[in-house]
Structure formats: structure tokens, C-alpha cells
Ligand binder design. Structure first.
Ligand code: FE2
Length: 374
């Protein structure tokens, strides 16, 4: 039985992240016309948990108004599930209070570490993909679930470097943790595309490598190209990511801290750009030489990510979906229009996949890295 059925989690439909610039549009102008890119396009909202862990004041008053009219799901950024510091008991107590206040059917956070030796870095840092780390994270997730008392979803991160110690692809790492912790997945399709482009793998392998029955929610967002600093593109446009030592300055942390993998972790420009499109028309990485993809949440969802979303829905069925937009936030109708687009894509993928969801798996031969697509 799927994680969703076992835990009775509902399909909430299509939502967006609740952000301050849209507060008035959402809370004070509820009568937008039907069938426009307005509130009619929004079924639910996600909030950043850490913004609502205080004891009162305007944030919680706003949250109460929002949750009166919509389901609201708390999404965290600082549980530090991969860290080695002790879990923060006060944080968990406050998080439980928030989850209970919202009567949320689930809560979520990221597969990463965010602090070490008591220092918060306010970033979602990648973990070594090993059995030992998988066990460690799974144990911490179980402890968090015991503390909160609701189903937990683990989100796959975007990433820019990898570890020398990596022993398996991230999708296997994510899957093992979810199995061992018996948690659900918050599957971020844009993060898959960003990581695939930066690391040079076929994003379809990631999608096909996870258990669709554990996917409870999906994230969609826009990303940006950023130039590699300190290493201008050479005349031939080759090696924009260069070698591990180019990225780390030769720096492998003595305590086993994160670094790149030594031998060409990012491969070459052609590995990354690959000429763009898979021979069978499937999406693949389309990076530009000298640039990497950065998970900015500052743009509309890319066409390739929409395509990967439809592939995901074909495997999972119509699961709860959210549009994230956190930088250069446009007017509310622009984000609502992305939500409407997600609704249409989800419906289309659901209808077209009936009876065919598992008929077109990638064979070993058809799995391609961007470099192999040249
Ligand atoms: Fe996300």
C-alpha cells in the first residue's frame, strides 16, 4: 500500500508558497474573478516553518487568517537532518506546536545538513551518499517523526558539488533513507534538473529511480544560469567546471567535510550541455559552457522541468503540487498563472498516463548522460 494511503494523506491539488508580497492579494482581495489567474488557481499554501515558530504577533495572526480559508503545510529549512549536532529539542517543540495549530496532514524538510558544531550556515548543504549516512539520516527522521507525531516528507536538494565518498547516486540514497525512516517524499522536479545539469546525469534516471508510492508532494520552481567564478571559459569553451581542485582550491576538509569528488566531478562542458535534447525527445540538461544552474526560484518553471513533471505525474498519479517563487517575486497573478499551468499539466499527464505509466521505462542502453547525447 502506498505511503499516501497508509497515512491517509489527501491530494491537496495545486498550491503556491505564501510570501509577504502577496499577503494583501491573498488575504484582503478574496473576490478575484473566477477562471482568471487568481485565487481560483490556488487550492492550498505552503509556508516556511521557521517564520512561524514564535509565540505570537503578526506572523501567527496572518497564518491563522490564511489557514481559515486554505489548507496550509509547513515546510522547514533547518531541521539539519544530515548534521551531527543533536536535534534541537526546543525547535522540535515549536514545530510540533505549529503543525498542530495548522492541523497539517504532513510536514517537510530537506535532505541536507544546515549546521555543524553549533554554527548555522543557513544553506542546504549536500551529504555524502553512503550507507552509513543513510542510516544516520533515517534515524534522525524517525526521531523527528516521534517528536512531531505527523507524517514527514523528505525533499531532494539541488546541488553544486559532490563528495569523494559518494557510493551511490542520489536517487538511491534518497530512496534508502525513505525506506529506512518510512517517510514520504517531497519530490522537487526542478532540483532534479538542476542537479542533473550540474553533475551531468540523465534526470529521467532520477525520476524513474524513486518509489512513486512514497511521493506525497511535488515542488516546481524556476532556476537561473550563473557564471562560474574564478575560471573564465577558455577559448574552446571547454571545462567550465574543470576539476575538483579547481572548485575546492585543492581543499578537502581534514574532518571529511564536503568537497568535490576528485576526478572530474562535473566533467566537461560538453558533458553538461550535451547538445541539449535526448534522441528520443526526452528532456535532458541544456547547460551553457562556463555556467552552472542555480536553484534561484526567481523565474517561471523551465520547459524541460514541465516535461519532467509530466513524467513524474505519469508514475505517481496526481499528487499535491506546489509552485515555489522566492526571489524577484512577481505580482500574485503571475505566480497564480504558473499554478494554473501546473493544474493543466497534472491533468494532462494523469489522463495520458492511464494504463501506460510503467510501459516506457528507460532501459540500461537508453539512459544517457548529457555528454553521451552530443
Ligand atoms: Fe523545493
Amino acid at each position: 500500500m502506498s505511503f499516501r494511503k497508509r497515512h491517509g494523506v489527501p491530494d491537496l491539488g495545486i498550491g503556491i508558497g505564501f510570501r509577504a508580497p502577496h499577503r494583501a492579494a491573498i488575504l484582503e482581495s478574496p473576490e478575484l474573478p473566477e477562471n482568471t489567474a487568481g485565487l481560483a488557481a490556488i487550492d492550498w499554501f505552503e509556508v516556511i516553518s521557521e517564520n512561524y515558530l514564535g509565540d505570537g504577533g503578526r506572523p501567527l495572526a496572518t497564518l491563522d487568517r490564511l489557514s481559515t480559508n486554505y489548507p496550509v503545510i509547513p515546510h522547514g529549512v533547518s531541521l539539519n537532518l544530515g548534521g551531527t549536532d543533536r536535534l534541537n529539542v526546543d525547535h522540535l517543540r515549536r514545530l510540533r506546536r505549529l503543525v498542530d495549530r495548522l492541523d497539517a496532514p504532513w510536514f517537510s524538510d530537506h535532505l541536507c545538513f544546515t549546521a555543524a558544531h553549533g554554527v548555522e550556515v543557513h544553506d542546504l548543504l549536500p551529504l555524502p551518499c553512503t550507507e552509513k549516512v543513510a542510516d544516520w539520516v533515517a534515524d534522525r527522521i524517525r526521531a523527528v517523526c516521534d517528536a512531531i507525531g505527523r507524517p514527514f516528507l523528505l525533499e531532494n536538494p539541488s546541488s553544486y558539488v559532490s563528495w569523494r565518498a559518494d557510493a551511490m547516486p542520489e536517487w538511491e540514497f534518497l530512496s534508502r533513507i525513505a525506506e529506512r525512516a518510512d517517510c514520504g517524499l517531497l519530490f522537487d522536479v526542478n532540483n532534479v534538473f538542476v542537479a542533473a545539469t550540474n553533475h551531468g546525469f540523465d534526470p529521467r534516471r532520477y525520476i524513474d529511480g524513486i518509489d512513486p508510492e512514497r511521493v506525497v508532494q511535488i515542488h516546481l520552481a524556476g532556476h537561473s544560469e550563473r557564471p562560474m567564478r574564478g575560471r573564465p571559459k577558455d577559448a574552446a569553451g571547454a571545462r567550465p567546471f574543470a576539476t575538483a581542485s579547481d572548485l575546492t582550491g585543492g581543499g578537502v576538509a581534514r574532518d571529511g567535510g564536503p568537497t568535490s569528488t576528485g576526478a572530474r566531478p562535473f566533467a566537461t562542458a560538453s558533458d553538461l550541455t550535451g547538445g541539449g535534447v535526448a534522441r528520443d525527445g526526452g528532456p535532458t540538461s541544456t547547460g551553457t559552457p562556463g555556467f552552472f544552474l542555480f536553484d534561484t526560484h526567481s523565474r517561471p518553471v523551465a520547459d524541460a522541468v514541465w516535461s519532467l513533471y509530466r513524467r513524474t505525474i505519469a508514475r505517481t498519479g496526481p499528487v499535491t503540487t506546489l509552485i515555489e517563487w522566492d526571489e524577484e517575486i512577481p505580482a500574485f497573478p503571475v505566480v497564480a498563472a504558473e499554478a494554473a499551468k501546473a493544474r493543466a499539466a497534472r491533468q494532462e499527464a494523469t489522463l495520458s498516463s492511464v494504463g501506460t505509466a510503467t510501459k516506457e521505462p528507460l532501459s540500461a542502453n537508453s539512459v544517457q548522460t548529457p555528454g553521451e547525447l552530443v
